[in-house]
Design a protein around this ligand. Structure first.
Ligand SMILES: Nc1ncnc2c1ncn2[C@@H]1O[C@H](COP(=O)(O)OP(=O)(O)OP(=O)(O)O)[C@@H](O)[C@H]1O
Ligand SMILES: [Mg+2]
Length: 274
């Protein structure tokens, strides 16, 4: 559904993502794991170009290469983004927040006027799917953290996305709310065929929900396979804090291998990681 071709991202002289080639297939639920600073958010944000690649390019099925503003707008319109701090407008109603997900479908001037009934119906349906229809007219800041995150999901869902990006969506939630949020993301991934990429710190949750786990270390992909292939030693190695490797020429998975993920190819052994 979306492919990275030798994408590299730098902040000044620091390389946050080394040249990486990856393919995400439609309807797959991918979890990014790795220690703080490993490059999870950078990789995730590159998928809607919030982090700008300094090299390489990104292409999206049905849109093409993301190298001009028109295609990028088209791609972003169909890409939902969920944040750790959900970024909702607290003093507005739940429904008003979910309607923001529809803005990309209208010219700016149109959003100065109340949106059509059909738009409200889409927003209400999304609220029903996250189990919050009864909260539609309440202020967002009156909701619990878990409920607010589910409003964030409903807002992203209202975009009718093909791609859903969630950067540590459960970092501030208790275990029960975390599972509820991840279960909903997984359900919408399955039911709507939405390609979903989520960054997490909890290996147990990654094992429970992911179809595919991508492990990052110092801006490189060091693991890419199904959860069952992730050994305890590999999982532990992902969270070891150590200096970056001296050899910066090591490349991430070639596109071919990443695309044939169903073979459960993994890119590093426990020995290589430790
Ligand atoms: N806007 C930025 N300017 C400068 N450096 C940045 C910027 N964003 C990220 N970095 C650096 O890039 C590296 C990767 O950051 P990133 O946020 O992708 O890590 P992460 O794996 O998401 O970490 P965390 O688990 O803490 O969220 C880090 O060393 C970080 O300091
Ligand atoms: Mg991050």
């Amino acid at each position: 559904m979306i492919q990275l071709h030798d994408v590299a991202i730098k902040f000044g002289s620091f390389t946050a993502l080394h040249p990486t080639s990856l393919a995400f297939v439609p309807g797959q639920f991918t979890v990014l794991l790795g220690a703080s600073g490993a490059g999870k958010s950078t990789l995730l944000r590159s998928l809607n170009m919030l982090a700008q690649p300094g090299a390489g390019h990104i292409s999206v099925d049905g849109v093409g290469m993301l190298d001009n503003a028109k295609r990028l707008h088209e791609h972003r319109k169909r890409t939902g983004m969920i944040f750790q701090q959900h970024q909702l407008i607290g003093r507005q109603s739940v429904l008003a927040n979910v309607l923001l997900g529809r803005i990309g479908y209208h010219p700016v001037w149109r959003t100065l006027f109340p949106l059509a009934r059909s738009e409200r119906r889409i927003a209400l349906e999304c609220l029903e799917r996250v189990g919050l229809l009864h909260k539609a007219l309440e202020r967002v800041d009156c909701l619990s953290g878990g409920q607010q995150q589910r409003v964030g999901i409903a807002r992203a869902l209202a975009q009718q996305p093909r791609l859903m990006l969630a950067d540590e969506p459960v970092a501030s939630l208790d275990p029960a709310s975390s599972r509820q949020v991840l279960a909903q993301l997984k359900r919408f991934c399955r039911e709507d065929g939405i390609t979903t990429v989520v960054s997490l710190h909890q290996v147990d949750l990654a094992r429970e929900y992911a179809d595919r786990i991508i492990g990052l270390s110092h801006g490189r992909i060091v693991f890419d396979a199904a959860p069952a292939a992730l050994t305890p030693a590999q999982a532990a190695a992902l969270y070891e804090q150590k200096s970056p490797p001296a050899d910066s020429s090591t490349r991430a998975a070639p596109l071919k291998e990443a695309a044939s993920f169903s073979t459960h190819t993994h890119l590093a052994t426990a020995e290589e990681l430790s």
